[in-house]
Design a protein around this ligand. Structure first.
Ligand SMILES: C[S@@+](CC[C@H](N)C(=O)[O-])C[C@H]1O[C@@H](n2cnc3c(N)ncnc32)[C@H](O)[C@@H]1O
Length: 303
């Protein structure tokens, strides 16, 4: 039996990451094997992928579809999937930050590449050489581990990553064993950079969908355009549609009156998060969030 703690831990810190809740979420999801299990797994707001890695540790879905709208995040997942050793080598090529200038020079190099052509969306990475892709992925992990609280925030005007150096932090980079194990877990997953609307088009009866979008009324700066109320409403409509198709659908969000009324008619469980981060990097203490779900009929009959 593999030691869960070693192998399914995300290799990045992520604002809104579900590391604290993976067991609670897994308990409510359809069983991994036998009667009432699911077919394909979809996670369209991947981030650090805590729920996906936990799910992949024990179950064997027919196919796994992981996606996110952030190109540099998906590039990093691709590098882990393809060649974790090469990624670690690129990470070791970057000097640990001894002063603010060290951090800023990596951030600047990263932003020059990132902002080369703001209008091409994911294509700015597609047009890179393999070496550049691994370098950008290593810089992404470096900035994630040495910046304030693992926040990924981009400026609205220039789309530049604008988080400061966390001087107090002793960075904890993933090691060889960790990245290799994650790489093994995701080896057959289809990992794509796209919006949730496109990512969920293929969902069918008995598939399992887990959606962890930017939350209502909290941190919403993962992308330059934000998510907003329109994003919440659009996502809800898409998820309702998946449920009507017979999929098992799970969604996380903040525990607000708005979210409760939007998802009225869905089952809800409150999860209490320790140490929530606001967009300016402050710790807001314990905060409730909601896990909402509609399971497919077949499973309801089994239960
Ligand atoms: C709350 S985080 C996900 C955290 C993740 N579940 C974890 O455990 O680390 C939300 C993610 O949604 C992504 N995102 C924002 N807008 C999106 C969209 N329209 N389509 C797909 N992904 C989007 C962001 O890039 C971010 O990674």
């Amino acid at each position: 039996m593999r030691n869960k703690k070693e192998f399914n831990v995300p290799f990045m810190k992520y604002v809104g990451g579900k590391g604290q809740f993976v067991d609670a979420i897994a308990r409510l999801m359809p069983p991994k094997f036998g009667k009432g299990t699911f077919s394909n797994y979809y996670e369209p707001f991947l981030g650090g992928g805590a729920v996906a890695l936990n799910m992949l540790l024990l179950s064997v879905p027919r196919k796994v579809y992981l996606s996110d709208i952030t190109p540099e995040l998906i590039n990093t997942w691709h590098c882990v999937q393809r060649n974790p050793i090469r990624l670690l080598r690129s990470l070791h090529d970057i000097k640990l930050p001894a002063c603010i200038e060290d951090y800023q020079s990596v951030r600047k190099e990263y932003n020059v590449a990132k902002c080369r052509d703001i209008n091409t969306g994911a294509k700015w990475i597609d047009s890179m050489t393999d070496k550049q892709k691994f370098t950008i992925a290593a810089q992404y992990i470096y900035l994630n581990k040495t910046g304030v609280n693992g926040i990924y925030r981009v400026s609205k005007r220039k789309n530049e990553f604008n988080i400061s150096w966390n001087k107090q932090l002793k960075p904890c980079f993933p090691n060889h064993q960790h990245l290799s194990e994650v790489s093994m877990l995701i080896r057959n997953a289809e990992i794509t950079c796209q919006s949730f609307t496109l990512a969920l088009r293929g969902v069918q009866e008995n598939d399992l969908v887990y959606a962890d979008p930017p939350y209502d009324k909290t941190y919403d700066n993962y992308t330059a355009n934000g998510f907003g109320v329109e994003g919440q409403v659009h996502l809800f409509n898409v998820l309702q549609n998946m449920s009507a198709r017979g999929a098992h659908v799970f969604a996380s969000n903040s525990d607000t009156d708005y979210v409760r009324s939007l998802y009225s008619g869905w089952e809800k469980v409150i999860l209490q998060r320790k140490g929530t981060i606001s967009s300016d990097g402050c710790d807001r203490g314990k905060v409730n969030e909601l896990l909402m779900f509609k399971r497919a009929m077949e499973l309801q009959n089994v239960a």
